[in-house]
Design a protein around this ligand. Sequence first.
Ligand SMILES: Nc1ncnc2c1ncn2[C@@H]1O[C@H](COP(=O)(O)OP(=O)(O)OP(=O)(O)O)[C@@H](O)[C@H]1O
Length: 254
Amino acid sequence: MKAEVPLLSASGVTRRYGARIGCADVGFDLWPGEVLGIVGESGSGKSTLLSCLAGQQRPDAGRILYDGADVLAMPEAARRRLARSDWAYVHQNPRDGLRMGISAGGNVGERLMGVGARRYGTIRDSAIDWLGRVEIAAERIDDRPSGFSGGMQQRLQIARNLVTGPRLVFMDEPTGGLDVSVQARLLDLLRGLVRDLGLSAVIVTHDLAVVRLLADRLMVMKSGRVVETGLTDQVLDDPQHAYTQLLVSSVLQV
Ligand SMILES: Nc1ncnc2c1ncn2[C@@H]1O[C@H](COP(=O)(O)OP(=O)(O)OP(=O)(O)O)[C@@H](O)[C@H]1O
């Protein structure tokens, strides 16, 4: 049975950069526990859309509702509160989502303190627990992420994001820039976390293998607009739009 209100509902979302279109007239509903993949070639507007959805930039037009509340009409402080607690944002480059100058445990603990946690023992215990969940040994808790491999940094960024129990996770190319074997392990980990925690997520990627594994539904973008949308397997196995067919077949040729 579906919940009554979509967790995230977008309509007519449009963002221009001068005369150039970032994204235009994008709309969708994301239901609780659902993962939406957004795919398209470079420059198709995926990152622009994601940053509008996550409140990082303001669209020129459109409406975004989170759990029924109008995100664009909210005071900035309320939006920031959402970003600290209910939402998570996993950047492609872990350096953009981590504080490289503080310890791994500090990175996880800082986000907890952002939602009011104060007891050192509890914060450290949660940090150890979350490091374990992302397969980072507890003995690395006092190490700085600058000494971690790219895959470890990405896993730490995920722990930092999920420790506050967000309901909605935005991910921008979460496996981009990693070796293939590291990507596979990270994807496996992400899939387990999304399933176990019942997370809702919006994942932007140009890698169809990522959405094949993680996304329930797909939205295909071209030149800032949505050209096709549907269940992931349906879109990938039987693409209707010529652009999606090209996208799928060019991957198959690799
Ligand atoms: N800050 C900016 N200033 C001007 N134009 C921009 C800016 N950011 C994006 N654009 C333009 O908006 C369009 C969409 O870009 P966007 O980065 O959202 O696409 P993308 O699908 O995420 O691409 P990529 O996969 O390369 O990140 C492109 O034409 C891009 O050149």
